[in-house]
Design a protein around this ligand. Structure first.
Ligand code: ADP
Ligand code: UDP
Length: 238
């Protein structure tokens, strides 16, 4: 499968049309950004580790009954996916409080939540990705009720599946963000699941092994992603 035209250049990935109108090539770049694109850097090898990490997680989720846009890995940095009509929404689940929720609610950093907390955010960097409710989504027509319910249920199911997967490798899944889209009216998990879009802490030391290393200038960003991949038994080609 060959790339034809670039149709989207996001902050970390680029999407290309292919000879099949319902399939895209998702290219993972080394570009890394934080704070709604205000901090940017290219981190050598990040695109490659993220592409392969994402494929491993998408395959694992598929094996547990989650429908995803992922079709196959094409090379170290590229994967083939179904072309979706994306919802302009980010679905976040938190098992511990850290990041924006601490800034918003003054919560103690690292607090273990009584139950996983689900939140919707509007995908809009210029507005700083604001927190929104189901009512905002309905009133502004960003998604229909059945898909709102679906996104929430699937994201919470993903949290259960992946919390267990990471725990088996002595990692705490602190929180994560996922996105969804429609393929012929069917709700599919889209975009990516990599350490760029989740928080993973070592179970013993609580060391951060995710994009917070970049956000907070802790160094060894790509190295940490590789360490997580190794712990999960992924065979990453460099
Ligand atoms: P951002 O949009 O945050 O800058 P990326 O660099 O990851 O991030 O860009 C990837 C873009 O591709 C995002 O806008 C995402 O919503 C979109 N996308 C992800 N999966 C699909 C898909 N299967 N079909 C169409 N668009 C997708
Ligand atoms: N996240 C993301 N993209 C975003 C915003 C958040 O992937 O645009 C992820 C982030 O990596 C974390 C979770 O969603 O795993 C919750 O992020 P939070 O709301 O705490 O925001 P942040 O502190 O990252 O601004």
């Amino acid at each position: 499968m060959k790339k034809i035209n670039e149709i989207t250049t996001g902050k970390a990935k680029s999407l290309f049309t292919t000879e099949l109108s319902d399939r895209l090539i998702m290219h993972f770049r080394d570009d890394t950004s934080a704070f709604d694109g205000k901090k940017k850097e290219a981190l050598l090898g990040k695109g490659s580790v993220n592409n392969q990490f994402n494929a491993f997680i998408m395959d694992h989720l598929e094996s547990k009954g989650i429908d995803t846009h992922h079709i196959e890995v094409l090379n170290s940095t590229d994967s083939l996916v179904y072309k979706l009509d994306m919802f302009p929404i980010e679905c976040v689940v938190r098992n511990r409080a850290t990041g924006s929720i601490c800034r918003r609610l003054g919560t103690e950093d690292g607090l273990v939540l009584e139950a996983p907390l689900f939140e919707f955010f509007l995908k809009d960097d210029d507005l700083g990705d604001p927190l929104i409710t189901e009512d905002h989504i309905l009133s502004f027509g960003w998604a229909k009720e059945e898909n709102i319910t679906g996104m929430r249920e699937i994201t919470l199911k993903i949290n259960k599946i992946l919390s267990e997967l990471f725990l088996n490798s002595n990692l705490i899944l602190v929180d994560f963000k996922v996105e969804f889209g429609l393929y012929d009216g069917k709700l599919l998990l889209a975009d990516e699941f990599t350490p760029d879009g989740c928080r993973l802490w070592d179970i013993e030391t609580l060391a951060k092994m995710d994009k917070d290393r970049f956000r907070q200038g802790l160094g060894d960003v790509v190295e940490s992603y590789h360490q997580v991949a190794d712990r999960l038994g992924m065979n990453i080609e460099t």
